[in-house]
Design a protein around this ligand. Structure first.
Ligand SMILES: C[S@@+](CC[C@H](N)C(=O)[O-])C[C@H]1O[C@@H](n2cnc3c(N)ncnc32)[C@H](O)[C@@H]1O
Length: 234
């Protein structure tokens, strides 16, 4: 494969020059929102709810839009040992300390070979895509191409539920943000990514119809401001 532009360590391969998603304000809010331990606990609970912890640990698993790699640590904890992470941000990937192979890459243009991986996971990445539905179609098409037949996708993204509407409404009130630091941190993070976040939340039918175009749905849960989706490539 002749796509490697630069390699800084054995763990990070560059398939793209890289692009930073988040400024210092976002990162500070992200750190205030929850501790790494709380985030790991949340991810573990999520994977257990979806049954991912029961899957064959010998499968080749990739977390797309993996950021600093908290999800990768949780996958490792669950016993998976062939783990890779993909993100556009070198800065976030450099913060990861673990055994997964990392790639700086654009998830709309993956360089993995066709039918080469068993499980592809996205947690909070698709709502960062700038152009809907085109970018989502392209990303899902890439995911479908890379998956082996019978392979799984796990997707967790924000979803406009009554709970999320309530949180947004409450976060408009300064006093509540002052009293509840986690709410303030959440509001700052969403303000920073407002354009793509709002675009994502406003197109649920299109998003679902694209997921159903590429994958056979095994689980589709909507609760507490999140869509949790497990699909299979047939
Ligand atoms: C909200 S963060 C989620 C990080 C991680 N999944 C988590 O839950 O902690 C979104 C991530 O998507 C990455 N990202 C945005 N657009 C991307 C793209 N086209 N390809 C790869 N990564 C992208 C950003 O760099 C950022 O790390």
């Amino acid at each position: 494969m002749n796509t490697q532009l630069k390699e800084t360590s054995s763990q990070i391969k560059y398939w793209h020059p890289g692009m930073e998603c988040c400024d210092e304000i976002w990162e500070a809010a992200y750190r205030r929102f929850e501790t790494p331990e709380q985030e790991m606990k949340k991810f573990l609970k999520r994977f257990q709810k979806l049954g991912v912890d029961q899957w064959d640990p010998h499968q080749d698993v990739v977390e797309l839009f993996c950021g600093q790699g908290t999800g990768l640590h949780v996958l490792e904890k669950m016993g998976f040992h062939s783990i890779e992470g993909v993100d556009l941000s070198p800065h976030l990937l450099e913060q990861y300390r673990g055994s997964a192979q990392l790639y700086v890459a654009d998830c709309r243009d993956l360089k993995f070979e066709d039918h080469s991986r068993d499980v592809l996971i996205v947690q909070g990445g698709l709502h960062h895509l700038p152009a809907l539905p085109t970018d989502l179609d392209q990303t899902l098409s890439e995911m479908h191409r890379v998956l082996r037949p019978g392979g799984h996708v796990v997707i967790v993204e924000p979803w406009r539920t009554p709970f999320l509407r309530f949180v947004h409404a409450v976060s408009e009130i300064k006093l509540f943000r002052k009293l509840w630091p986690k709410l303030d941190a959440f509001a700052i993070m969403t303000e920073q990514e407002l354009t793509t976040y709002e675009q994502w939340l406003s197109r649920p039918e299109e998003i679902l119809s694209l997921l159903h175009k590429y994958f056979q749905t095994e689980q589709q849960l909507v609760a507490y401001g999140k869509l949790m989706y497990v699909g299979r490539k047939i």
